[in-house]
Ligand binder design. Structure first.
Ligand code: SF4
Length: 293
């Protein structure tokens, strides 16, 4: 099966030691079977350090250090596994982050916004609906529902609309999506589990009425297009597609509210808000589920 990626995908490169919100801090890193086998074969030197850093409780994972840091992250923000034994020894999660995959009649790879550099790349790229083949993968087709075509329809509306606001209006109306009362969403946001408690307060600034100046619509459009790419493509049927789309539109309204509240205008500030929404909501299955109704 062919593997496709958005054109902006090739512009991404991990910024490692320059990253302010490293994915090597704050997340539990599970170790896949292949990597675990490789680690077990490494004897002496850094191999022993790796062995000592693994917890076999439930799913094998690295024991996090102080401030939830990966034990292999050095003081310069570099990975000691890469430095000492080479990139081939990274476990799947570390090698793949921040990538995600969609499997339909084709395979697709994307960049997740919980990575600050990925957020900057996505929000600065206008070609969100252009894709290119970057290889092949050995995966069976999943063609229950044509999520690619359904997603394409939305991209077409956004592209053909006179402006972003009109495109959005058409999407809400075509798919009969109700914005719902703000109170309902605020209650749902307050019920979520947060990685950082101060984001509960930040998300309390949600209001469907707050939208930044029109000149920042490009960021809202790219954010929405990213969410649609990530969350609707694997829908199992039309109803599921609309449910997922409704979730994407809510996240877009939350993003718009936070941009207003924080007066975010520069790409870095806008990308920070996108990263926070991504890591708190879409990177938590429970939180995503709680907001998908
Ligand atoms: S969050 Fe992104 S840029 Fe930062 S260390 Fe992880 S992959 Fe690299």
């Amino acid at each position: 099966m062919k593997l496709y990626a958005p054109k902006y995908y090739r512009n991404f490169k991990c910024i490692a030691d320059k990253c302010k919100h490293s994915c090597c801090i704050g997340w539990e890193i599970d170790i896949d079977k292949t990597a675990l086998r490789k680690y077990k074969k490494l004897k002496g030197g850094y191999g022993d350090v790796i062995s000592d850093s693994i917890s076999m409780e439930e799913t094998p994972h690295f024991k996090l250090g102080e401030h939830d840091r990966c034990p292999h992250l050095d003081e310069f923000g570099l990975c000691k596994i890469i430095i000492n034994v080479g990139e081939d020894y990274l476990c799947d999660i570390c090698r793949e982050h921040p990538r995600f995959y969609n499997y339909t009649s084709v395979a697709e790879v994307g960049l997740g916004m919980s990575c600050e550099e990925a957020a900057r790349v996505i929000l600065s790229s206008s070609d969100y609906d252009e894709f290119e083949c970057i290889g092949e993968v050995d995966i069976e087709e999943n063609t229950d529902f044509n999520g690619l075509a359904a997603r394409g329809e939305i991209y077409k509306i956004l592209r053909n609309a006179k402006d972003y606001k009109k495109g959005l209006k058409e999407i809400y109306s075509k798919y009969q999506i109700d914005v719902c009362k703000d109170e309902k969403w605020l209650e749902a946001l307050d019920s979520l589990e947060y990685l950082d408690e101060k984001h509960r307060k930040l998300f309390g600034n949600y209001s469907s009425k707050n939208r930044p100046d029109l000149k920042y619509d490009k960021y809202l459009e790219r954010f929405l297009a990213y969410l649609i790419y990530r969350h609707t493509t694997e829908a199992v049927d039309y109803d599921d597609f609309v449910l997922r789309l409704s979730f994407c539109l809510f996240c877009e309204r939350l993003f718009a509210s936070l941009m207003c509240f924080k007066k975010a205008e520069e790409l870095n500030d806008v990308a920070t808000l996108a990263r926070i929404i991504s890591e708190e909501i879409e990177y938590s299955e429970d939180n995503t589920e709680a907001l998908m109704y």
